[in-house]
Ligand binder design. Sequence first.
Ligand code: AMP
Ligand code: FE
Ligand code: FE
Ligand code: ZN
Length: 275
Amino acid sequence: MRIDLHAHSDRSDGTDAPAMLVQRARATGLDVLGLTDHDTTAGWAEARAAGERAGLTVVPGAEISTVLDGASVHLLGYRFDPDHPELVAELARVRDGRRDRLPRTIDGLRAAGIDITAEQVAAAATRAEAPGRPHVADALVTLGVVGDRNQAFDRYLSPGQPGFVPRYGVPTEVAVELVAAAGGVSVLAHPWSRGSRRALTPERIAGLAERGLGGLEVDHPDHDPATRGRLRALAVSLDLVVTGASDHHGTGKDARFRLGVETTAPDEYDRLLAD
Ligand code: AMP
Ligand code: FE
Ligand code: FE
Ligand code: ZN
C-alpha cells in the first residue's frame, strides 16, 4: 500500500485537473491519494470518480489556511462533511479574503514597476476556486519578469515584498474544532516548515491535540531529518498519528514534491481514518 495524503489540483494552486492528478497518482504506483486543495472541496467529485475508474482510493480533504499567534498555519482536514454550515462559511471567508487581496497585490507590484494586470492574474487562475500567490507568480512568469514560481516568491511575493498582502485565516483552534464537528479528522501540514515553526511550539501542538487534532505531517519535503526525528517523538508522546505526504502541486513546485516522494505508513493511515 502506497499512501500519499497531501496533493493539490488546479482547483487551488496545483497544475493538474483533479482527474489528471488521480491518473498520475495511479501511474506512479500509489494506492491512496489525499486531495487537499487549499480552502476548497471543489475537486472532490471529479477526483472520486477518477479514483473509481483508476482503482485508487481518494481521501477527500482540504488544506485550511489558519492563523496561530499571527503565523500562517496550514491544517489538513480529511473526510469532513463538505456541507457542514460553519465549516463551509469559514472556507468561503478564506476564499473571499484571497480574492479581495488580489487588487492590492497587483497595486503593490505595479507600484514596484511591474506592468501586471488583474486580467493576467485571472487568466492564470481560471480553474482555481482558491486563487493565491502562486497564480500571481504564474502571471509574472508569463510576463517574463521571473523564471518560475520559486523566483516570484523569492523576489516579490514573500512578507515585506511588494506583492505580499495579508489575508484572513481561520484561528487554528477553531479550524481543528470545526473539522471534528464536521465529522472529519485534522492533521497539521508541514508543522515545522519555515512559516509555522515559530508558532507551533510543542505546547501549542499539545493544546491543539486536546481540542481534537488527529495527527502531524512528519514526513514532508520541507522537513530535514533532525526535524522529522523531533516531530515524530512529539507525535508519539501526544498519541498523534504520523503522516507522510508529497504536497505535490504538479509543475507548480519542483521535483522535491513529486507524487509519492513521501508516504504514510498503512497502520498510521488506518489509525487516522478508522471509524
Ligand atoms: P497563498 O495561498 O497565496 O498564501 O500562497 C501560498 C502557497 O504558495 C502555498 O500553498 C505554496 O504551495 C505556494 N508556495 C509558497 N512558496 C512557494 C515557492 N517558493 N514556490 C512555489 N510555490 C510556493
Ligand atoms: Fe499550495
Ligand atoms: Fe501547505
Ligand atoms: Zn499543500
